[in-house]
Design a protein around this ligand. Sequence first.
Ligand code: GRE
Ligand code: ZN
Length: 323
Amino acid sequence: MKDKIALEEHFAIDLTIADSQVYARPEVWEGLKANLLDFEQQRLEKMDEYGTSYSILSLNSPAVQGIPEVQRAIEVAKRANDTLAEQIQRHPTRFGGFAALPMQDPEAAAAELERCVKQLGFHGFLVNGFSQVGDAESVVYYDDPQFNDFWAQVAKLNKPFYMHPRDPLMSREPIYEGRHWLTGPTWAFAAETSMHALRLLSSGLFDRHPEIQMILGHFGEGIPFNVWRIDHILRKGRRGMPCERQIGDYLRENVFITTSGNFRTPTLLSTMLEVGSDRIMYSVDYPFEKHEDAARWFDHCEISELDRRKIGRDNARRLFGLQ
Ligand code: GRE
Ligand code: ZN
């Protein structure tokens, strides 16, 4: 399919590139590093070769979320957003942007989001899970009441956000000890990110702001596959849960799901049955994943051509107001 839109596509700047090294085998690191730092060469070539006309770009992980010093987090976010804005200006028909935000300081995050949307023309923001604040062992999740005004600002600006993975702190998750191959994108990303998403979905955030839309990658980090059971159990007793509706209701009205890094037809079909083809969008997860793998799968998987257009392009056009 031509003219696809992809929206979990990453870059890095000099200040954040080192965060990605642990995820690459030594023999592939130099290539991955070059691809993360590149905008105009391999990135555009691969988009052209495999039919992606427009990519919404975001910073690597955890980057700003992993910087406990608040001022430094604010500065790195600004640097990354300015770098991205410059590239978007050079290639306005090919690149869009998601803001990186210093969630360590909710007021600063709200101000940076406003700058990115109103002055830089970004499409929303992408957060790499929880933020470390003050010291490396202190974490905040965004269902905390200190984010109430931040979320009000998100609703006012009326732009979606992407809840993107990061690894949990190993000091808080001893279950991974001695089994490091299960960290990162193997499993820990999905476990951590689905839990953060469920915290937000069950917090009442989407009752207060029904217009807010959350994007989840990797086919929803496992949530669509388990949502019936979540609500089945909660119907028997909500145990103090503050939201008004069922998790599945929010999943179908406040969540979009992408194909990033999970190029599998049975998983796509199951997700279509659970949330419908209007809430699924194509993505690659470049350069951690290959356009080649994503497009060779998606362009020919056995769905209707109408659904392929929606998932490959039209749902993103509608969500982001693209022409
Ligand atoms: C990502 O950001 O999507 C990512 C990483 C590291 C490894 C794999 C991956 O940050 O998909
Ligand atoms: Zn990613």
